[in-house]
Design a protein around this ligand. Structure first.
Ligand code: HEC
Length: 172
């Protein structure tokens, strides 16, 4: 080994030794800091422990014959119960409410070519077609310059409700 090589080997060992010492010190420091924070914050936190238990529980619950198994009853979510199954949105009572709920989005501001409610110039030629045609177009949809979706997209509305929304809108 030349003199230069052994000099390099010495320096290299010292640097390596320092790095190893530094690593061990950092590890010890991390353990020390962790023992103050990790345990109370994570391992002893009630919600955390409950979460871990819930996730590691077996995905089965057994009904035992002759015992009280009421905890196993599957309850529908509270909202679904109140509104009745399938009925997501409450139904409006009259034409005004139906207009607010389903038609105003487009007819309020005259979006996408929709005749604006209260704009008599826009409505006059349409009203001239006769109420029957307007009802028909509101119920089944209509496409000329824009797209009027059937029942304004609220197919859960009754025909009567849509018709009263048309009456309300054309009366403005
Ligand atoms: C997504 C937007 C949109 C919604 C929501 C909407 N409309 Fe329309 N409506 C239109 C557009 C666009 C037109 C114009 C269609 C055309 O002339 O091509 C129109 C036209 C009409 C017309 C005139 C049809 C004709 O023969 O000229 C009536 C009546 C009407 N809508 C009623 C309703 C009612 C009632 C509702 C609510 C229940 C409603 N619309 C909801 C977009 C909408």
């Amino acid at each position: 080994m030349s003199k230069q090589d052994s000099h390099f080997a010495n320096i290299f060992s010292v640097v390596l030794g320092l790095l190893v010492t530094f690593t061990i010190l950092m590890f010890a420091l991390a353990r020390y800091v962790g023992s103050h924070t990790q345990r109370p914050q994570v391992l002893e936190d009630d919600m955390y422990v409950a979460g871990v238990q819930a996730r590691t529980q077996l995905p089965v619950r057994l009904a035992i014959a002759g015992q009280d198994n009421s905890v196993l009853t599957i309850e529908p979510p509270a909202g679904a119960k109140a509104a009745g199954a399938g009925a997501a949105l409450p139904l409006p009572k009259d034409g005004h409410e139906a207009f607010e709920a389903a038609c105003k989005a487009c007819h309020g501001e005259g979006l996408a070519g929709a005749p604006k409610a209260g704009d008599h110039t826009a409505w006059a030629p349409r009203i001239a077609q006769g109420k029957a045609t307007l009802y028909q177009h509101a119920l089944n949809g209509f496409q000329n310059k824009g797209v009027m979706p059937a029942k304004g997209g609220r197919v859960d509305f009754s025909d009567e409700l849509v018709k009263s929304a048309v009456d309300y809108m054309t009366s403005l």
